[in-house]
Design a protein around this ligand. Structure first.
Ligand SMILES: NC(=O)c1ccc[n+]([C@@H]2O[C@H](COP(=O)([O-])OP(=O)(O)OC[C@H]3O[C@@H](n4cnc5c(N)ncnc54)[C@H](O)[C@@H]3O)[C@@H](O)[C@H]2O)c1
Length: 332
């Protein structure tokens, strides 16, 4: 459901995972017919009435996620829904309840959980390569080009997009923070002066997130950061984690981790500099995500990104927006 950028990625991923694509649903018939499914339609109800359909991917504008996911669950179909899972916690709860009622899976397409670079970073932190983390800095920077927006006008509107970059990108980064540091205590966020005035949501915003024991994280999220990298259309995503034994700098674009470690287990030889660059071979997170969804359906297991587990990321992003409104930190 929704055959734009994400819908096309899901279609490729499910095809690679040997699923049969039965229906492509989009208000734009041309987009639906490009996906390569057996049937293309703009009628969601017709697709959901097909008894041979087991599962759906919801790749629609944010404000339509809840309604589509609930309709699919009510029709007895397993649901993979793009991030953010919904636009309010109340919607997320109704989606979770609908899936429970129908005994179908509700999985959120949170790609960072299927990214080998994030997995390797977590592994290094859990092994103690940098000791206990004290500070995490994440920045996600892009420069939205006109072509991106002319194809996604819904993104400019706060009713259909339900937010800006802190929702769209921040929801991934709150997930990374929770993987690295556990559950936050407070979120304080500020919207940076808007430069991209056509968009109602935040084009750039910053959050300071606190955790128990004075552990602190910062998030810088921007759709309007003009750099030599972003000007080419690429996104720059950097994660830096500091602990008492060293630091990690994770560069998403280059798929590398620069590790400085005083831990004796991480020095390859006595003469080697303690600063190492680890290259992590990439693997398509969308395909890994699709395979996980199908495996969980077959095995009757809860996905690692179930709606129940991912609801918290939405709650944290909404706390960031509440803080932007009130000007004070929010206990979460
Ligand atoms: N995981 C990721 O890395 C990632 C990346 C990009 C987008 N996304 C998410 O994917 C979702 C879709 O984003 P996108 O970039 O693919 O947007 P998009 O605009 O490219 O695609 C959305 C599609 O939905 C269709 N649509 C709109 N209203 C509809 C309706 N009422 N019924 C049926 N179809 C309708 C549009 O015609 C369009 O084809 C969003 O939730 C977005 O945040 C996730």
């Amino acid at each position: 459901m929704g055959c734009g950028w994400a819908g096309a990625r899901h279609a490729l991923a499910f095809r690679a995972a040997a699923a049969q694509l039965l229906w492509a649903v989009d208000v734009d018939p041309a987009r639906a017919s490009k996906i390569g499914a057996a049937h293309a339609t703009s009628d969601l109800v017709a697709a959901l009435a097909d008894p041979s359909l087991d599962a759906v991917s919801v790749c629609l504008p944010h404000a339509l996620h809840a309604e589509a996911a609930i309709a699919a669950a009510d029709a007895g179909k397993h649901v993979l829904v793009e991030k953010p899972m919904a636009t309010t916690v109340e919607e997320a709860d109704r989606m979770i309840a609908a899936a429970n009622r129908a005994r179908v899976l509700l999985m959120v397409a949170e790609t960072v959980r299927f990214d080998p670079l994030v997995e390797r970073t977590l592994q290094l932190v859990r092994e103690g390569a940098i000791g206990t983390p004290a500070l995490v800095q994440i920045s996600r920077q892009a420069y939205l080009r006109t072509s991106f927006l002319t194809q996604r006008r819904w993104f400019l509107n706060s009713r259909t997009a339900a937010g800006g970059i802190m929702l769209s990108g921040g929801v991934h980064d709150f997930d990374i923070l929770r993987m690295l540091l556990g559950e936050p205590e407070t979120v304080y966020a500020r919207r940076v002066r808007q430069r991209f005035v056509e968009m109602q949501g935040d084009d750039t915003s910053v959050a300071v997130v606190t955790f128990p024991n004075d552990v602190v994280a910062t998030l810088i999220e921007s759709f309007l950061m003009k750099t030599a990298v972003t000007a080419t259309g690429e996104e720059e995503h950097l994660v830096r984690v500091d602990g008492e034994l060293g630091s990690l700098l994770v560069d998403g674009r280059r798929s590398t981790i620069r590790l400085f470690s005083e831990h004796p287990g991480y020095q390859s030889s006595s003469s080697a500099p303690p600063d190492q660059e680890i290259h992590v071979p990439s693997a398509d997170p969308f395909e890994r995500e699709a395979r996980h969804f199908l495996n969980c359906i077959q095995a009757g297991l809860e996905p690692i990104t179930s709606g129940r587990l991912q609801r918290r990321n939405l709650e944290l992003v909404l706390a960031a927006y509440a803080s932007m409104q009130s000007g004070v930190p929010v206990w979460v």
